[in-house]
Each structure stands twice: as C-alpha cells, then as structure tokens.
Design a protein around this ligand. Structure first.
Ligand code: HEC
Length: 136
C-alpha cells in the first residue's frame, strides 16, 4: 500500500518537474512584446510598403514615428478618421502650411495609396506602431 502511494508520488513529482522545466525554457517567448507574439505586426504588402515609405521619407520627423504628432504637427491617427484618399493625396501633392509639397518625390507620389493604407490601419488600431513584417 505504502509502496504504491510512494510510486504515485514519484510520478507526480517527476511530472511536476518536467512541467517546471517546460515553463522555464519557454520564458523568453513570454518575454516578447505582445504584438509580435500574437503576429499583429504581420501586415499585407500595401501596409508594409506604406510603413517603409513613412520611415524612409521621414514623415515621422514631424508627425513622430507613431504618427501621433506633437505640439507643432498634427496627429495623423486623428486626421485619418475623416480624410478620404483624395484629400490625403492632395495634401501630399500640394503640401500644407509648414508641410512642404511632395510633388517632386516619386516614392511618395507613387506610394500615396500605400501610405494611406498604412496610416488608416494605424488610425483604426489594426496596425501597431513599430516594426512590421510583410505577410507571405
Ligand atoms: C516638415 C514637417 C513635416 C513633414 C516632413 C511631413 N509633414 Fe505632414 N504635416 C505637417 C504639418 C505642420 C501639417 C499641418 C499643416 C497645416 O494644417 O497647417 C501636416 C499635415 C499633414 C496631413 C493633413 C492632416 C490633416 O488633419 O489635415 C497629412 C495627411 C500629412 N501631413 C501626412 C504626411 C505624410 C504622409 C508625410 C510623409 C510623406 C508628411 N506628412 C511629412 C508637417 C510635416
């Protein structure tokens, strides 16, 4: 009777240890930022391209890397709630106030739709701030 109980106890102890090891080795996974752990930063080609243009053409030097702006530059996440694609294109082509025109910038002009998709996604809360990965 006692031996059976002891054997069961040993089995439970061994199982608990294995679980403990499994949890321990898994720790770095839990330590990752939630967005990438859930794959939220995996986006379609248009959004990915828009994010690249936003970074390389330095929109974030005024509107901040998050698009949220600051005291002198508008929060694009708010702007995108009401802006149409046409209005968005116009601002890029004509410029507005302190923001110079991107008319002569082929990357921005050709990528305006992708920029719109990226910023719209940010505004709708479906695209996170920070690095993105393209969906394959
Ligand atoms: C030199 C700083 C600067 C840069 C660079 C810049 N912007 Fe702007 N942007 C502004 C300012 C300032 C305004 C507000 C102008 C005003 O209304 O007087 C603005 C306005 C806008 C608006 C209109 C917002 C609204 O609510 O009407 C959009 C859209 C926009 N910017 C997108 C971009 C994108 C996309 C890029 C990169 C291709 C970019 N901006 C680069 C400063 C900048």
């Amino acid at each position: 009777m006692n031996t059976i109980f002891l054997n069961q106890f040993k089995t439970i102890l061994a199982a608990a240890m294995i679980c403990g090891i499994a949890l321990f080795t898994n720790q770095p996974v839990f330590a990752q930022p939630p967005a990438s752990a859930q794959g939220d930063n995996v986006v379609d080609k248009a959004v990915f391209n828009g994010w690249n243009i936003y970074r390389t053409e330095a929109c974030g030097s005024c509107h901040e890397s998050t698009g949220e702006g600051n005291v002198s530059n508008p929060n694009l996440l708010h702007s995108m709630k009401t802006m149409t694609r046409e209005q968005f294109h116009r601002v890029l082509i004509d410029g507005r106030g302190i923001m110079y025109s991107f008319r002569g910038n082929k990357v921005v002009v050709d990528g305006a739709d992708d920029l719109y998709s990226y910023l719209k996604g940010r505004s709708d809360g479906v695209v996170p701030a920070g690095d993105l990965t393209e969906k394959k």
